[in-house]
Design a binder for this molecule. Structure first.
Ligand SMILES: Nc1ncnc2c1ncn2[C@@H]1O[C@H](COP(=O)(O)OP(=O)(O)OP(=O)(O)O)[C@@H](O)[C@H]1O
Ligand SMILES: [Mg+2]
Length: 452
């Protein structure tokens, strides 16, 4: 059986058309799940190496042995510093080997993977292990072979979770899928990033037990869903504003004739960029951004929770000499799970500000009673960059069209924001905007495409 899979940056969903009806795969009680995986086991990372008293004793023993060797061989005494450095290197290498052995011995770690909000909760509760959120935003980044392998395996786990859940619910083996893809993946390598992203998805689908997968651009999938609603033929613009990307298509739809997608446009930016914007504008000044002499890029690294190398970079910094209260807050932000919690608060604040003029967040995990306040004007300042880019994309689309569209079909979680909706209306003055289901537009179109 073939299903449609929306492998979203923030949320994933799957569906199939069975006997003419759209059937969404349920994940627990929900029709989608947060695209996050938690592995209880710690994957060894050399940057996590710290000299514990036990390891320190091993270093001392190696230094003493080297000295004894020197004396015995009648060689001149080398500086203490040099011997110490060499000894640390040996101990670190042994430590890495041990860690790697421990992880590969526990096959259980991969079988114990958790998905969705449960994954995030387990990570925050346990305070150890690995949480990978929004792996899709890494697919197009320059990855060293080891990290690429990890990302493929994470994507494979997510796809396998979907395949097995669908197989169980539909009662037939699911072995094929139409997977959604953005017009333009988030990438640090230009178009080569998009190629890499598709390669990762193909490899992951293979490991996950799919015999065949094809890809369909997400706005083209959303167009299929809108097509089903239109009795009269019309040319429409489909706008899908998600967590990682904003995708647009121009299509002839409805009227009982096959849909035709003429063109598509993409912007590799979405709701997660708004979260980072809110974090930098409203949260990070409480950690000393622009007030402490700590370089701004440290705050960007701390806010970029979906970028593993940036997170690692932030956690490596030493803030012992930063003025208080910022130093203590930054150190608290370096502890396991703290940037994830901060990002959750920033996302919640963004969502709150989409329906109220003010919002607040309390960051007890950083400092008792540390409260962040924000209002409309803050959100505007935090979101201007994304909104301006989005508006430019829509205006470019409008200028590329041969004639004014019959309507704009708007979908994607970020389209819930009234500020976003206002910019869409401004970009297409006088054209009616039809609101699709923000979460399920793409997956229902993919399910139709999966029918063949
Ligand atoms: N009321 C709201 N206001 C603003 N943003 C919202 C609101 N509700 C949800 N969002 C945002 O919507 C985004 C998720 O949307 P969606 O599920 O369409 O993304 P996705 O399909 O996972 O991502 P993509 O399609 O880019 O890969 C998140 O960034 C979330 O914070
Ligand atoms: Mg999406």
């Amino acid at each position: 059986m073939r299903i449609g899979i929306d492998f979203g940056t923030s949320y994933s969903a799957a569906a199939a058309i069975i006997d003419g009806d759209l059937r969404l795969v349920r994940f627990g009680d929900a029709r989608q799940f947060r695209t996050a995986v938690f592995f209880p086991e710690v994957v060894p990372n050399v940057e996590d190496f710290v000299l514990t008293p036990v390891l320190e004793a091993q270093v001392d023993a190696i230094v003493r042995a080297s000295r004894a060797d020197e004396r015995q061989a009648g060689l001149p005494a080398r500086p203490e510093m040099q011997l110490h450095r060499e000894a640390v290197r040996i101990v670190r290498r042994q430590w890495m080997e041990e860690q790697t052995r421990a992880v590969s011995a526990s096959v259980a770690s991969f079988q114990d993977a958790m998905f969705g909000e449960d994954a995030v909760d387990a990570y925050l509760e346990e305070g150890t292990g690995n949480l990978i959120e929004s792996p899709k935003s890494m697919f197009g980044y320059k990855l060293d072979p080891r990290v690429r392998k990890t990302i493929v395996s994470i994507a494979a786990h997510i796809l396998e979770h979907i395949r097995l859940t669908a197989t169980q619910q539909f009662g037939v083996p699911v072995r094929e899928a139409v997977i959604g893809r953005p017009v333009e993946f988030r990438s640090s390598m230009g178009p080569a990033g998009g190629e890499q992203a598709l390669g990762i998805l193909r490899e992951a689908a293979d490991i996950a037990g799919f015999d065949a997968v094809t890809f369909l651009e997400e706005p083209a999938a959303a167009a299929m869903a809108y097509h089903m609603e239109l009795t009269d033929r019309q040319r429409a613009v489909i706008v899908d504003i998600g967590g990682g990307t904003t995708d647009v298509a121009y299509a002839e739809l409805g009227g009982g004739i096959a849909p035709i997608v003429h063109r598509s446009w993409g912007l590799p930016r979405g709701g997660t960029d708004l979260d980072i914007g809110v974090s930098l504008h409203s949260f990070m000044p409480h950690f000393g951004k622009d007030l402490s002499g700590v370089p701004v890029h440290h705050f960007v690294e701390a806010a970029s929770v979906h970028n593993l190398p940036k997170q690692r970079e932030f956690r490596k910094q030493d803030y012992r000499l930063v003025d208080e209260p910022f130093g203590a807050r930054l150190r608290a932000l370096q502890s396991t799970g703290a940037t994830t919690r901060l990002n959750q608060s920033a996302e919640r604040m963004k969502i709150d500000l989409s329906s109220a003029p003010t919002a607040s967040a309390t960051l007890d995990f950083i400092e008792a009673d540390l409260t962040i306040e924000a209002n409309d004007a803050d959100f505007q300042a935090a979101s201007d960059d994304f909104l301006d880019r989005m508006q430019r994309l829509l205006e470019e689309t409008r200028n590329d069209l041969p004639e004014a569209p019959g309507s704009i079909f708007l979908t994607g979680g970020t389209s819930r924001s009234p500020q976003v909706q206002a910019r869409v209306r401004t970009s297409f003055p006088g054209i009616s905007v039809v609101h699709g289901d923000p979460s399920l537009g793409v997956v229902s179109g993919l399910a139709r495409a999966a029918l063949g």
